[in-house]
Design a protein around this ligand. Sequence first.
Ligand code: SF4
Ligand code: SF4
Length: 424
Amino acid sequence: MQKRLACAQALHDPARIVDGNREKVKTRLRSLRASALEDMDASLQCLKSVCENQDSRDFIYAGSAIDATHIIGSICGETRKVAINKSAVVSGELAPILAAAGFQVLTPYYDDLSDIEVRFAEGWQLPEIPFAMRYHAFEREDDILAKRQINIHEKGARDLVAVIGVNAVSAADGGAVLLQHRQNIGQMFMECREIILVAGIDKVLSTMDDAVFQTKLMAWFGTDSLALGLGRKSAPHVGLESYPFTIPPDRLSSKFTLILLDNGRRKMMERDSRELLLCIGCRACIKTCPGSRFFDEETLISPRELLFLSLLNIDRPLDRCLQCKNCRAACPVDIDLPGMILNLRLSRNKQLLPAPSDWMLANAEEVERMGSLFAPIANVLLKNRLIKQLSQLACGIDSRRALPSFATKTFERIYRESQSGSGQ
Ligand code: SF4
Ligand code: SF4
């Protein structure tokens, strides 16, 4: 009831909802992520011992996506059919390798969404959900394993192996935390004959409370980005319903497998790219990115995925990043994605100096400050035909384009003057 009242209040009058929690949770999240990386080895060791003492789960460390594919293959046996969720670790890192290895890969997420109209192609089209409203909108459900037991006892299972990326793992008790937006993960959990959970090694946290907190934040910061690119699925589409319940209960085990995937993460820890592992996978960075539609031919990938896949030497067009820095502003952990994308691009091109256009984009604030300082001269030069042709050659700015003039006063200065009563 309280949640409904909070939502109704937010819809009726969003301005009345105080946004005071936002900065507080971001600070806690940053410190949590920094500790998770710092304590990674101890947490993995603790998780291993916990899992060894439990009958319900197997813990397996996979060094690469190919290793993980072999593990999945050995669990699948002859029936190489897997159902996956849309988490980046599974859909971005494992699914292409599973498909190349001849697995049939189903994404039941789209079954849930077949009746939803695809309205949003750009971040600016998305409705803004007040933060306080999200704060109350996610609840924890603990009994998913119990539900599986009841379901398979009654119906048996479909001849499919569920490969599900989890959002966080608790080292203290081996528990895995999943964020589900619709029903797809729950359905896979209850109906597939085997369950394989996959988490990056960076997603192991000390306690269950920390794992739940981090997962909730994924929802708080990333909910609206979900509505982007929902229509992007490959055809023809095969859903879970295409597989009847052919596996009887007596052939089913209550055990599940937890794969901890390295796949280049340890190397990233030792390099400048360590900061990328602070990521919680919320995809808030995709909403504000003007280039994301052009990062991949087939699907919508986030700036974080652009960089992560590139670091794994999977070819992605780093030069389509405009260096606008919107993604950094949106990121709850303040990850410098634009800086890392630019550095990787430069190291790939083996350039000592960036191209002038890259430099200008990366240093837009300095360029504007200088332009403002010398506004009378800069504005005359910007209209000069020769200068326009030179900037077309050097920076790719079309010489037919009339560029906006530089102002002599910055907004900050105008504001300060108005506050002190000396300006308009
Ligand atoms: S800096 Fe690059 S990746 Fe980040 S929002 Fe801008 S275009 Fe996208
Ligand atoms: S990099 Fe993107 S996905 Fe990762 S935490 Fe930041 S906003 Fe979220």
